[in-house]
Structures are given as C-alpha cells and as structure tokens.
Design a protein around this ligand. Sequence first.
Ligand SMILES: [Zn+2]
Length: 89
Amino acid sequence: MSYCPFCKKKIAMSKAFCSRSCKENYFQLISIQVPDSYVKRIYTSLTEKDRATDIESFANRFKWRLDLVKNKIEEKAIALEIITDPSKN
Ligand SMILES: [Zn+2]
C-alpha cells in the first residue's frame, strides 16, 4: 500500500494519487509560494477581517485556490511562530 500525497488516503502501489483532483490540488499546492514577509505583514498589521480580504486578493492575483492558499499561509504562520498550531490546543 502507498498513500495519496495530497489527502493521505491509502491507494494501490500502482497509483500516484487517489484521484485526478488530488493530483491537481497537489501540484497546485506545490506551486503556491507565500513569502515569509507577506505572512508576517498580514498577521501583524491587519485585523482578522482585513486579513481574510487580503488573502483572497492574494489568491486571486495568482489564480490559486483560496482554501489551498489559506492552508499554506496558516502552515507558514505556525512555522514562523506567529500563531500557535490550532490542532495542538
Ligand atoms: Zn487523495
């Protein structure tokens, strides 16, 4: 058995992804680049509401999926210790 690199579901060894959409999401996620300085700026100088709006326009500018961008930004904010990992609370 191996695992889908995007959703971590178990898949047959002969497959690289469990579905076409996981494959697309995975490659889109890799292509999303969020600079540290951007993450720092939106967390330190914007309110939660403004931050959501800013992230939306950031995602639109590069035509990236909003949910993937949000995940990436949150991951980065945790890595930079700007926020604490919500799953650890
Ligand atoms: Zn999958």
